[in-house]
Design a protein around this ligand. Sequence first.
Ligand code: CTP
Ligand SMILES: C[C@](O)(CO)[C@H](O)COP(=O)(O)O
Length: 230
Amino acid sequence: MNSAIILAAGKGARMKAELNKQYLVLKDKPIIAHTLTVFENCSLIDEIILVINPEEKEICKKRILERFKYKKITQLVSGGSERQESVHNGLNAVDQRAEIVLIHDGARPLVTSKIIERCVQGAKAYGAVSAGVPIKETIKIMTKDRFVQYTPKREDVWITQTPQAFRIDIIREAHDFAIRHEVLGTDDAMLVEHMGAKVKMVEGDYENLKITTPEDLIAAEAILGYKRRI
Ligand SMILES: Nc1ccn([C@@H]2O[C@H](COP(=O)(O)OP(=O)(O)OP(=O)(O)O)[C@@H](O)[C@H]2O)c(=O)n1
Ligand SMILES: C[C@](O)(CO)[C@H](O)COP(=O)(O)O
């Protein structure tokens, strides 16, 4: 059984909108509804745990759950103040029969079934995977006073995305390890790395962008418009 934890409990502060960005409309529906629709329609996903801000329960019910009637959402879970805590709460709600858990940012609405498929297959083969794409530009590692320290070889640098997918025992152990060692990660793969285990990168998509600032919304609208024409 494959479970997906979809994270929507952030503040969306960098979007500078009145509303949590998850509920902003992208083309024809809220951002989070795009994300949930992809997971709902993916045959590899058996259950969805939706993690939300408890203060947004009503808006989530009215604008998302009542309108779209997703059948695979088994639990609505309260998130925490950090992304990591939100994931941890989601992990506690996963069905006991789950073997593979996918963790995905609700703020990545352009995820596809193909990416989900590569993540599930990768997690079965390697235990821990992240979707990602090779960097297209040149990266500089900086000192605190903003001098260039060095330039890593471009072929060694990838951008990590979500979904990230794990065997359930591995991701539970990684979260417990992080709590014991006070590790706070910006993604879940990082917690597995801290534990000393390997994470395999599987092919994501440049279009699988994270909606973080207003210009990301413009880019996502353009990608959706372009997709509709082809
Ligand atoms: N405490 C948190 C923080 C983040 N997230 C989720 O994790 C994903 C990635 O986080 P990000 O894009 O940074 O979202 P926000 O934290 O909402 O944005 P910001 O940092 O601008 O406030 C988002 O889907 C967000 O809702 C979450 O569930 N719980
Ligand atoms: C998990 C993530 O989307 C991978 O790119 C990213 O690390 C989330 O970071 P944020 O600072 O919470 O936006």
